[in-house]
Every structure is written in C-alpha cells, then in structure tokens.
Design a protein around this ligand. Sequence first.
Ligand SMILES: [Zn+2]
Length: 185
Amino acid sequence: MGEIKMKINYEHIADSTQHFLRATNFENKDDFKGTPERVMRMWKEFFNVDSRDFDLYPIAATEKKGLVLLSGYVSWGFCPHHLLPVKYSFYIGYIPDKYYIGLSKLARLADYKLRTFPLQEDLTVSITEKLNTILEPEGYACAIKGYHLCSAMRGVKGREAEFYTSCFSDEVIKNEILSIMNLSR
Ligand SMILES: [Zn+2]
C-alpha cells in the first residue's frame, strides 16, 4: 500500500488541547500540567507508523488453497463523528485464486485503514475493495463488530451494544464466516 502519508501538525494538537483545558477551566490545575504535550505524543504514536509496515506483498499461488481467515482480530480506532475510541473485532477472509498474502497482512490492512478514522460501514467495504484489487480472490469477506464509546458513554439504551457491519462476495463465504462468528441466523 505504502501511501499512508499523514500530514499532521502536532503543535496544533497540543494547542487545541490547551484550548480545551482553558475552556473547561482545568488549565491551571496541577494534574493537567504537561497534558497538552502528553496528548500530542499520544497522537504521534498513533499516526507515526511506517507506511512500509502496511505493504501487502501479494505472492503468486502455486496450488489451490481454501478459505484464509483472520478471526476476531481486535484493534482500536476512532469514530469520525465524536473522535472517541472504537474497539473493533475484525473477521477478514478470502479464498485465494492467483495470489495470497500472509495472515498477519490482513491485520495490518485493518490497522492501516484505522489510521484514517473511517465510519465502520466504510471500513468494511474499503477492506474488501482492497482485498479484491490486490488479490483478485475467488471470494472475500469482511465482518466487523464495533464497540463505540460514543454510544456506550452516552444515552441509556444500547450502552453495551456492538455494531455489526459486513460485506461478502457471495453466499458461500458469507455462511462460512457467519457460522464461525456464531451469528448464523
Ligand atoms: Zn461516534
């Protein structure tokens, strides 16, 4: 992939955190000393990833392989509407035809997409689009369960609810993934 180039002004992140503390009257309290810089460093860690970590390197397949599935991979992202954390569980799979990739690459694909603060619906579709483009597989699947702090922290109903989104190339792979996820209806 390699195209992850986040142009981020980290000083502005520290400034805006300072503004937030001023707005909420926490600015001069002891516990908040150094918070703007700490918050800035936290975001630096999140965004400062080597784009080469996300290259997928498809390998030519010499023999038939069955379903390849990353099951229940947990990774954290942020929702674009509230900038609050979302805990995602990913089920990403494909049935190789001409190419395959290492299993860890499926996790990296998810991590890569999370750096763009996607809506969960778009995240699901964009992962399958990427799989389809680079692997031209026989089938592909992406199902995601998301625990959104923006809804868990606010409101009364559905506090513990997870949001489920999915995108499947066909019924066969869909049924297999759903039975693995224990969500078959
Ligand atoms: Zn949200």
